[in-house]
Design a protein around this ligand. Structure first.
Ligand SMILES: *Cc1c(COP(=O)(O)O)cnc(C)c1O
Length: 389
């Protein structure tokens, strides 16, 4: 019997990721595969490193995409820096901070949890108190944009505090890179990892990371990095400068074509313009969602503007609505995680998904379920043609 090929439905992706992939990126992914040591591919790798430096706003030499999803980027940062017995402060205000603490424990290091409520930013005072109490802490880990709750933390201030106590920071910028202001060098962040499937709108499966000199010096001194695949000393032999390149693993060639194209699109738009687009379009989405009677979990000044975590209307079956949106409108939005399950939706307007036609799709589809709370003053002046945005 003949097997059938898989043809995915055409969806609009407005959950926590992945996001809609730009047609040019899809086209790049379909280009012919070449050898990963082909000089032309080596040139592509160098270009990707340069474009990532642009996106991260850094001059860090050690800036590259790890061959694996954001979660592998997270693990790679910890496994390269944290040694058995090290004390690590983990700021926890949602799912991803919890995951960081789990990784620290698996490395037989000691996590010290600084906890904030789900839906709030990390409190710098709590971090400072924990550092005062634990003078032997070596690292502080934090999530810039906590996708599980929609909270954006002030990683610049948190890093300043960590540095006062001679700690290095490990920062999760998976959801912020490309969509929210992130200045790796200016904010003096030591180690940062991200992902490709949120505001970069490339397919999932790659994790851009960047390490500053202080972090690199630490890694070079390490003799006992327990992961072979993620050991940056070895990865550098592969991603290092041009001719010296030696085989480490086979890079995901076509995925890197895709990442390259998504970074070209970002650079051509301009990073600051991309941040502005995310802010402007999300403020339109916010007006509509509020007019539908939906309430935001996170106070505005602590919010990831492109991750709208909003309450499910009273008495509605949120899972049923989400499945109706998916099956009848081809629209994907996210449900709540952990304590937010069943009570909140997560509506991402990120990367290539962040465009006016997607907002209109949400208004059209979700409006059907939110009629009770509708503010009758809500008029379609928000439905601007995309050319005006
Ligand atoms: C999505 C996400 C991750 C994990 O990325 P994957 O590509 O799913 O492994 C980590 N941290 C944050 C904040 C995220 O939003």
């Amino acid at each position: 019997m003949q097997e059938n090929s898989f043809y995915p439905p055409i969806r609009t992706l407005m959950g926590p990721g992945p996001t809609d992939v730009h047609p040019k990126v899809l086209q790049a992914l379909a280009m012919p595969t070449i050898g990963h040591l082909d000089p032309q591919f080596v040139t592509l790798m160098d270009e990707i490193k340069g474009l990532l430096k642009y996106a991260f706003k850094t001059e860090n030499e050690l800036t590259l995409p790890i061959s694996g999803p954001g979660s592998l980027g997270m693990e790679a940062c910890f496994v390269n820096l944290v040694e058995e017995g090290d004390k690590v402060i983990v700021c926890q205000n949602g799912v991803f901070g919890t995951r960081m603490a789990d990784i620290v424990r698996r490395l037989k290091a000691v996590p010290i949890i600084v906890e904030d409520p789900w839906g709030r930013a990390i409190d710098p005072n709590k971090l400072e108190a924990a550092l005062k109490k634990n003078p032997d802490v070596k690292f502080v880990a934090m999530v810039h944009a906590e996708t599980s709750t929609g909270a954006l933390s002030d990683v610049k201030t948190l890093t300043e505090i960590a540095h006062k106590y001679d700690c290095l920071t490990i920062v999760d910028a998976v959801t912020s890179l490309g969509g929210s202001k992130l200045l790796v060098d200016e904010w003096k962040l030591d180690v940062v990892y991200s992902g490709t499937q949120k505001c970069l709108s490339a397919p999932p499966g790659l994790s851009p990371v960047t390490f500053n000199q202080r972090a690199v010096d630490l890694i070079k001194k390490r003799k006992n990095i327990t992961s072979w695949f993620m050991d940056m000393n070895l990865v550098l032999g592969y991603w290092g400068e041009g001719a010296k390149r030696s085989y480490h693993h086979t890079a995901p060639v076509n995925s890197l074509y895709g990442l390259h194209e998504s970074l070209v699109l970002l650079k051509n738009e301009g990073l600051e313009n991309s941040w502005k687009r995310h802010e402007r379009l999300n403020s339109i989405l916010e007006k509509g969602l509020k007019a539908f009677g939906l309430e935001y979990l996170v106070p505005k000044n602590e919010r990831i503007l492109h991750m709208n975590v909003v309450s499910v209307p009273e008495g509605q079956d949120e899972a049923k609505i989400r499945s109706d949106l998916l099956n009848n409108f081809n629209l994907e939005i996210g449900g709540g995680l952990g304590p937010l399950a069943g009570k909140y939706w997560r509506i991402g307007l990120m990367g290539y998904s962040c465009r006016m036609q997607n907002i209109n799709q949400v208004f059209g589809a979700l409006g059907r379920f939110c009629l009770n709370g509708v503010n009758t003053n809500f008029r379609p002046e928000f439905y601007l043609p995309s050319q005006q945005i």
